[in-house]
Design a binder for this molecule. Structure first.
Ligand code: BES
Ligand code: MG
Ligand code: ZN
Length: 466
């Protein structure tokens, strides 16, 4: 789908002109007012649509009226929803070209472009019959720059979703490394198994041992012109999580190609930084590997030494994400950055606690967490802070090592949080658990089933506002 901008959308001869209607108000088209409001009592609730034929009265063949709800409740999230629903309707109608003549009272371009691209998304690469798409969308009454910003957000999300949707046979650690190396405006360093070992990343290395896919430690870097702040973003990069020797049951394993959604988010964000040229230094870090059960796999009872020298008794090989993140966190803290954000499909417990539309957030700096939570609000991403009391560490105590990688079944998301904190030093840090939000087993709000691109909008925006 192509997205364009025009300052004369009213007179374009497109298949459909899309206008908006606030509840209890008239639209900008007399024709629509006559049919939608006077005759059919169309209410204009958010996301409702009403279609009418124009029979040559205006250049467009049809008018689609999209409900925007109450004017005083209308903001960025509502724009995105309204455009998303409109594009979904256009797809159903098999429309190929459409112009949006929304009157909103503000520059709605960025959210509109994001909504349109979310609606356009399908993972149909492997299907003979492709999804129905609108070829061209033109937005009126917007600034081109804001539409372009929205397109970059949309592109970042698309890359993230594609990678997380891809089978593990495609999105291997080596593939992620290759993608990282080819990003525009980014310099990338890839560390192979031997170097991972030399760097002392005993926890990450152990997780990777059961797979024939070699691990890759990926370090991307973006450098702005006048660097004001340095941030590292770390994504959990488990290209497949079978659970290792403490193997997952089939129903839990089925979607575990998504266990690199954090890594995919980092790649998505890094891929579009060049579009914005922010005055920051951004490090994108991924410890990529697979967690497999095999003769060479790490085992329950093994004792691992992480990069900071701390020892970990393996209690359950399925709690592998925190092991890979432990070494990545130590590495990131040594870069001299001001802030570190890690994003990970880390715990089923977080999914149980918060469901599929809210991500968990933990960390050591309330202001930073608050800022991340606030950033997400206008972008349609929700976070909820989970506790990190020291009591959560009690169940991680080990008789023979500095800690175990798992403890009590209860409070699992927080236990993972306090585990990770052992590897954070002298830096502001936030941990985002997207186990529930990264991959949907059925369609929900603005997402088809599968990968959602969780975290991309918020982390990208957070970086741009830094
Ligand atoms: N990748 C999983 C977490 C997960 C679960 C992500 C469901 C998405 C959906 C993680 O590696 C894992 O297996 N965690 C275990 C930890 C347990 C062994 C302490 C879990 O949550 O069951
Ligand atoms: Mg696991
Ligand atoms: Zn995992």
């Amino acid at each position: 789908m192509e997205i364009k901008v025009s300052n004369d959308v009213k007179n374009l001869s497109v298949d459909v002109i899309v206008i908006n209607m606030f509840e209890g108000e008239k639209t900008s088209q007399d024709l629509a007012n006559t049919y939608a409001i006077d005759r059919d009592k169309f209410e204009g609730k958010l996301g409702q649509t009403y279609l009418l034929q124009t029979y040559g009265q205006i250049p467009a063949q049809k008018i689609l009226v999209t409900g925007c709800g109450k004017r005083d409740e209308f903001g960025e999230n509502e724009v995105r929803t309204a455009v998303y629903k409109s594009v979904k309707k256009l797809q159903q109608m098999h429309a190929k070209t459409a112009a949006f003549d929304f009157e909103t009272g503000f520059d709605y371009g960025k959210s509109a472009a994001i909504g349109a691209m979310l609606a356009d998304y399908a993972f149909d690469k492997y299907k003979s019959e492709k999804a129905t798409r609108v070829d061209e969308i033109i937005f009126g009454n917007v600034l081109e720059d804001s539409v372009n910003a929205g397109k970059s957000f949309g592109n970042a999300m698309k890359l993230t979703r594609d990678l997380a949707n891809e089978p593990a046979a495609f999105a291997t650690p080596s593939k992620l490394a290759e993608i990282a190396q080819n990003l525009e405006g980014i310099t990338t360093e890839i560390y192979d198994k031997d170097e991972i070992e030399r760097m002392g990343m005993g926890a990450f290395l152990a997780v990777s041992k059961g797979s024939i896919q070699p691990p890759k430690f990926i370090h991307m870097k973006y450098t702005g012109k006048n660097v004001k702040k340095k941030i590292a973003i770390i994504g959990k990069g488990l290209c497949f999580d079978s659970g290792g020797m403490d193997l997952k049951p089939p129903s839990s394993m089925l979607t575990m190609r998504d266990d690199m959604s954090g890594a995919a988010c980092v790649l998505g964000v890094m891929s579009v930084l060049k579009d914005f040229n922010p005055d920051v230094e951004v490090h994108g870090i991924i410890a990529a590997c697979e967690n497999m059960a095999s003769g060479s796999a790490y085992k329950p009872g093994d004792i691992l030494t992480a990069k900071n020298g701390k020892t970990i008794e393996v209690d359950n090989t399925d709690a592998e994400g925190r092991l890979t993140l432990a070494d990545a966190l130590v590495y990131a803290c040594e870069l001299g950055v001001h802030e570190v954000i890690d994003i990970a499909t880390l715990t089923g417990a977080c999914m149980v606690a918060l469901g599929t539309s809210v991500a968990g957030i933990m960390g050591n700096d309330d202001e930073m967490m608050h800022k991340i939570i606030e950033t997400g609000k206008n972008l349609g991403e929700k976070f909820w802070q989970l506790p990190m009391y020291k009591e959560y560490f009690n169940s991680l105590k080990s008789d023979i090592a500095d800690m175990k990688n798992t403890g009590s079944r209860y409070g699992g998301a927080s236990a993972a949080g306090v585990f990770l904190q052992e590897f954070v030093k002298d830096v502001k840090w936030a941990h985002i658990d997207i186990a529930g939000t990264a991959f949907l087993e059925k369609p929900e709000s603005e997402f088809i089933k599968g990968a959602t691109g969780a975290g991309v909008r918020t982390i990208l925006s957070y970086i741009l506002n830094s």
